[in-house]
Ligand binder design. Structure first.
Ligand code: AQP
Length: 354
């Protein structure tokens, strides 16, 4: 039995202001993982076209996500930071995966249903095929670990299904190339070219919820700015949004079980825990029995302490777009080299003449 070389990959869409959910669900984990792993972090600009085709501010959006990666502490020399459109191999592999994925699988994707809304006939084909491109983003590097928020769990399961079907369908072609690895999936031995990716979703805030409705995820596209903290919000805005965040009238419980059925309280405690690098139990150990009038100001202080340096650094970096572009160009060149190696192997496995 062999093992794939560990590689961390993840992406963020340049579709609006990054918020606390993106930070806690994704970017903060990216930073922690870079200590002991080879990491690739991508601004997935091709994905940004799926819900809205024309973006007047596309270059600024791409630079602002890149600035957030760097400001949060990602090292673009040690690791690879790039934008997806600089590596055409993502789209090429996505086409092959469109032919691997089954319509039945795609029809089960809840994000498509949510984003397409009622008028599904008007949704783009790209929105429907989004998870296939996401699988290609990851597997074009044969990445093994993907830090994401909980909303992406289903897409990562689909990525595993696509990898598994490719491995099995092409098993007889993979074996003679010597490029495959013997792995077991469940009980089943498979000679695999593509790894079975592991989602990295855990932590106290895998799904940060809206401040206006504790049952809806915090989202860039929510029309209400009060529903989220943006990474570029100043201290006043952070304070105002947390103070106005919906809560119930009860004091905080002393045990995590007491958060059941209290989505808004659960959300704020999870956010506090994630920002403080603590567990929810530890936070409740400190604040159990206290009213929100005590907890919210503490959350305001902590949020400002963590986020203010990041937004200040983002502003500094965004004042120098040519530096950001040079980071993306350098990362793009290094990513293309890795992706082209995989694509040559995939072309050989499939039997394309080259
Ligand atoms: N509310 C959230 N809680 C935890 N993690 C979240 N993520 C997004 N929202 C939350 C994670 O952030 C990463 C980047 O997300 P994305 O930009 O690729 O797309 P998204 O998931 O569609 O994010 P948004 O903010 O909800 O954007 P819109 O409104 O454009 O759809 C991913 O790892 C995601 O899990």
């Amino acid at each position: 039995m062999g093992e794939f070389k560990p590689l961390v990959f993840s992406g963020v869409q340049p579709t609006g202001n990054l918020h606390l959910g993106n930070y806690l669900g994704a970017i903060r984990k990216f930073v922690a993982l870079q200590e002991n792993n080879d990491c690739m972090y991508c601004v997935v600009d091709l994905h940004a076209l799926t819900a809205q085709l024309v973006h007047d501010d596309m270059p600024a959006q791409i630079r602002s996500i890149t600035a957030a990666f760097l400001a949060a502490g990602i090292d673009p020399k040690q690791h690879i930071v790039f934008n997806q459109s600089q590596v055409p191999q993502h789209a090429e592999l996505a086409w092959i995966f469109n032919c691997v994925a089954r319509l039945g699988w795609m029809n089960r994707m809840t994000q498509f249903k949510d984003k397409a809304g009622k008028d599904r006939e008007q949704a783009s084909l790209g929105l429907y095929a989004y998870p296939s491109l996401m699988a290609a983003d990851i597997l074009v590097y044969r990445a093994t670990h993907v830090p994401v928020g909980e909303d992406q769990k289903q897409h990562l399961e689909l990525t595993r299904d696509i990898a598994m079907k490719f491995n099995i369908d092409f098993m007889d072609k993979i074996r003679p190339t010597g490029l495959g690895i013997d792995i077991t999936v469940g009980e089943e031995p498979v000679h695999a070219y593509f790894p079975m990716v592991e989602p990295l979703i855990d932590g106290p805030a895998p799904r940060v919820m809206s401040f206006k409705d504790g049952t809806k995820k915090m989202s860039k596209s929510d029309p209400s700015d009060l529903s989220r903290i943006n990474l570029m919000d100043d201290a006043d805005a952070i304070s105002r949004k947390i103070r106005k965040a919906k809560t119930d009238p009860d004091a905080l419980p002393s045990e995590v079980d007491g958060l059941k059925g209290r989505p808004e309280a659960d959300n704020l405690v999870g956010i506090f825990a994630a920002l403080a690098d603590k567990t929810k139990a530890e936070v409740l150990g400190e604040f159990g029995g206290q009213q929100f009038s005590v907890f919210k100001p503490a959350l305001v202080d902590l949020s400002i302490e963590v986020l203010a340096p990041i937004s200040a650094e983002m502003r500094r970096l965004m004042a120098d777009p040519s530096y950001i572009d040079s980071v993306l160009r350098d990362g793009g060149a290094r990513a293309r080299e890795r992706a082209e190696k995989t694509m040559n192997e995939v072309r050989d496995i499939i039997g394309f003449v080259r």
